[in-house]
Structures are given as structure tokens and as C-alpha cells.
Write a new protein. Sequence first.
Lengths: 246, 246
Amino acid sequence: MNAPVTSQSRCGDCPIRHRAVCARCNADELDELDGIKYYRTYEAGQPIIWSGDVMTFVGSVVSGIASLTQTMEDGRTQMVGLLLPSDFVGRPGREGAAYDVAATTDVVMCCFRKKPFEELMERTPHIAHRLLEMTLDELDAAREWMLVLGRKTAREKIASLLAIIARRDATLTPGGATNRMVFDLPLTREAMADYLGLTLETVSRQISALRKDGIIELEGKRHVTVPDMRLLMEEAGDDSDGGFLG
Amino acid sequence: MNAPVTSQSRCGDCPIRHRAVCARCNADELDELDGIKYYRTYEAGQPIIWSGDVMTFVGSVVSGIASLTQTMEDGRTQMVGLLLPSDFVGRPGREGAAYDVAATTDVVMCCFRKKPFEELMERTPHIAHRLLEMTLDELDAAREWMLVLGRKTAREKIASLLAIIARRDATLTPGGATNRMVFDLPLTREAMADYLGLTLETVSRQISALRKDGIIELEGKRHVTVPDMRLLMEEAGDDSDGGFLG
DNA sequence: GGCAAGCCTTGACCCAGATCAACCGGGATC
DNA sequence: GATCCCGGTTGATCTGGGTCAAGGCTTGCC
């Protein structure tokens, strides 16, 4: 899989992403970035960064999905974040990486050499500002996930995960006044389990249960149809509509 | 309890906190802050901000401990963060509050009216920078907590919490070459349960178990002595020393 | 002193989800 | 086509922590 400049990368919303991804936009500081940015591709399953490594770059995901994972010495792992296209990787001002980053699907990253990027950030408050905003978003997402991990049942966890993936990946079925949504799961059952603090068997069982109850439809193991997002949100135990409805 | 300017507020480390707390330091932008900052005190248990409220201020904790909590409609709650002295509250650039904030102990806050603070931030990259750094720290802490919530046993959760509180509150027993630490729990059993994704009964039982096993000593319900922090860290399932040792 | 309210502890029991194990099905390789 | 492998499903059983319930210890109020 190669680096497609798709509408999925949402060019034009984030200045960093914008410049990184989209060759057709000559944004203000674009020139300054020449020579410090480069692209890298990773195959599904490949590690991108190991926790503790010295970071030499920061960057953003262009396409594919990467995961942030923490591991205990005894092997227990917890995924602590999903990186979707446009998400930023790396901590300006930090030496080492805090978590393992791995490609969950094939991934294209747009990287900036860290030093020059930090200098650029010094000179360009706009970037620092945008980065703060993105970090606050990530913090919100992390904290929302703490509620999922700490208090939700297995079924609610699955529903919450499906809702998140739907929110970021799915398309409304054209022509429908309904809340039908269709998307592909970008994660294995095991990866879902890591994200949800469950075992893969429980994930499998709960997905089967949701299918049996008509909340979702499955074609193969990955292709999901949600006939009515409102039912799914209800299962997620989440009164908020997740941004789907008005 | 009134607003003491104690060494606990760690004046001098963070520019924002520095200016907010310490009348004896005339830091560079101190003058500019006059007229936009004020202090507020809250009694233990009192709400500070409700989720969804329009935020009119940002600020930092001067003394006491506040908690960030998320609640589901059916009443299940999960604490998603602890705010200790020097921690920042509020999201520059955001309208509404994302979580409930409440005083866990008596709390003194140093507040800045939001609008002028944001303008100040525009003019002062240093502050934006510092804020980004603090937010990245919070993000790390939140993600570390996701591992605790998702993968640790009740006993490990308790040990992890005690370790965190010790790290930020405790004093090494003077004259000891050992790793003995002494501190007071600033949280009720219920608050601990909310933080750890447990019930208060389980918290109580596990604390009793740790006491029985000699990992901790208790005087009353709140005063804790840890004879050897290394044993506690081991119980936490955490190979890192949490910053205690060399 | 007596009483009530909070906070905490402990016991008995139960259940959601983990664990262990068997099996399925599709794709790659020979 | 036979075989293997990998991801997924399903069943049987076990158990950590939840739930329900009964006190205990402090503190404050009458």
C-alpha cells in the first residue's frame, strides 16, 4: 500500500497535517519544511517506535492505523491510543518515546526531523498552538477511554469501540434517512481486546451477541453494518450521540 | 482552610504557577496579570465545575486536591484525573468543561479570567509552550492510568495508587538509608474506588490485605507508612521505580 | 451520656469475564 | 487437492471482584 493523498487525510483542517500531506496546497510555511520532512511506510504488524527509544522525528499518520501500546514485564499489554490519519506522533521537547508504536494496518507516516521541527515551532506560535489543541483533544479522548476501561461492561466496551471506529471511518448509507452505517474493522479481535482491556474470547463472544441481537450485521469477520447507530450508542451506555446527530 | 502560600505550591518551577502563587517573586509578566487573577477556596466535597458548564476561568491548584470525574447517566462514575498543587485546570480555547471538577480536600485555586489569559497566551509563547508541556505530562499520566485500569488486578491497582500518592506527597523518613515513606491518604475509600475502577469494599479489602502482608502499615484509616517502597512497587506490577531510586 | 451520620471493615454469596480447550474456515504453500 | 497456519468462534469451567448485608469506630449534636 502506498501513500495516497486521499480526502481521508482531511487536508486543510490542521496546519501540520495540511503541509505534511497535501502537495497541492502551498501553505505559508511550506517552504521552510522542505528538507526536514520525509515519508516512511510500515507494513501491518511492524513496529514503528519502541518505548524508550530516542525519538529522532515527529510526524503524523497519512494513511492506515497505528497503535500506542504499553506493556508490563509479565507481558500484559494495554493499548492506550489509536492513531488515525492526521493524528500526530511524538512529543516536541521529549527525548525518549513513552510507548510502543506499531502499525496495525499498513501505515504511511509523514515525518519531520525532530530538531528542526522544534526550532520551527519556536518561531511559529501557530504550530505550537495547534499542537496544544491536538494534545488537549488526545487528553479528552484518553480520559473518555478511562471511563470505558474502568466502568463499562464487556458489551458496552465493544459497542463503544465500534462507535468510535464508525465515527471516524464510516459512511452514512447514501439515500438513507436512517442512521445506518457501514465500515470495516481495522483491528483484529486481539487488538480490540488489547484496547478494551478484555480477552479476545470475550471480544468474539460479545460481537456474536451484538450480531444475534441485531445491533450489528457482519459480513465476513471484518465488514460491519450498523442498521441504527442510535441502538449502538445505547448499547455503549453513552447518552451523548457521539457527534452523529444534530 | 485559607490560602497559605506554602512550599508545597512549589513556586518557581512553573511560570504560570509561579506568578499565580507567589507574591514575593516579581517575575517578568507579573504586572500584566494584575486584575485578571483572583483566588477561590472550596471546601472538601464541594463542586468546582460541572461538566458542560461554560468555563469563565482557567487556573491552577494552590493547595489541596481536586478530582476530575466522568459520570454515566446511570450513575457509574470514573475519576479521570487528580489535580495536585500546581496542576492546571481548564482548556484555553475551549468553551465548555469536559468533566466534573470537585474538591476532594479543602482546595485553594488561583484563577485567571479566561479571555485575558488567552490573550496573554497569544502574546507570550513561553506560556503556551509551558502549557503544552504540562498537557503532554497529563496525557502521559492518563495513558499510564489506562494500563492500570485495563490490565491490573485490584491489589496492583491499590499499590499503584499508593505509589503515585507517595511519589507526590511523601517524605523519606529522615536518617534512613531505607526506602521507608510516610504519608496521609487524601482520598476516602470511595474516591479511591472511583479512581481505580473498583468498589469501595474491594479497596478496603485489598488495603487490609496489603497491611496483613506487611507491605504497608496503617495508623488510623488515613496515615500510611510504607516500610520499603521497593516492595510496594513490586506489588504494583511496575518494574520502573517510579522515580524513587537512582 | 445517648444518638445519628459518615466512613470503614468484614463476611457470604454470586456472576461477568478469564482461562483452558476444541474446533472452524479461508488463504497460502506445496 | 492436501496441509498448514492464522484469525476467529464456541463450549466448559473457574475465579476475582461485585453485590448485599451486618456491624464497628469516630465525630458531632442533642
